[in-house]
Design a protein around this ligand. Structure first.
Ligand code: FE2
Ligand code: FE2
Length: 134
C-alpha cells in the first residue's frame, strides 16, 4: 500500500510547486517502502540524504519565487522552512550517530508536516502567484 497518495487536495495550483511536491511525496513513499523491506542503515541513510537535499532545493525555489513577486508572507514562510529543515537535520544526525532508528513516527512527522505546510502556506503562496497573473 502506498504510504502517501497525491490527490487534488494537495495541489496548490502552481505547476512547479505541485511538481516539486509530487516528487517529495514520491521520495517519502520510497523511504517507506525501503523501511518496510527492512533495508539497512546505508540504504535508508542515502535516501534520507537525497530527500533532505531535494527539500532544501525545493524550499530555495519557493523562496526565490516569493522574492520575485515580493510576497508579503516571505519571512513567516521562510521561518517555517527553516524550522522543518532543522528538525529533519536533527533526526538525520540522530540516525547517523546510531542514537535513533528511522521509525514510522519519523515518516508520520514528515507526512503531517508536508500536508499541513502545503495545505496552508504553500497554498497561500500559489494564490499570490495567481493574483500576479491577473
Ligand atoms: Fe513552502
Ligand atoms: Fe512546498
Amino acid at each position: 500500500m502506498t504510504y502517501l497518495t497525491w490527490s487534488n487536495d494537495l495541489a496548490v495550483g502552481n505547476s512547479f510547486i505541485d511538481g516539486d511536491h509530487q516528487k517529495l511525496i514520491d521520495m517519502v513513499n520510497r523511504l517507506h517502502v525501503l523501511m518496510s523491506e527492512g533495508k539497512g542503515k546505508d540504504v535508508l541513510g542515502k535516501v534520507l540524504h537525497n530527500l533532505i537535499t531535494y527539500t532544501k532545493e525545493h524550499f530555495r525555489r519557493e523562496e526565490d519565487l516569493m522574492r520575485k513577486i515580493s510576497f508579503p508572507g516571505l519571512a513567516d514562510h521562510k521561518a517555517e522552512h527553516e524550522k522543518l529543515l532543522a528538525q529533519v537535520l536533527e533526526l538525520q544526525a540522530k540516525f547517523e550517530s546510531g542514537a535513533a532508528t528511522l521509525s514510522i513516527q519519523v515518516l508520520h512527522f514528515l507526512r503531517d508536516w508536508l500536508i499541513n505546510h502545503i495545505g496552508k502556506s504553500d497554498k497561500e503562496l500559489a494564490l499570490a502567484t495567481h493574483d500576479m497573473a491577473h
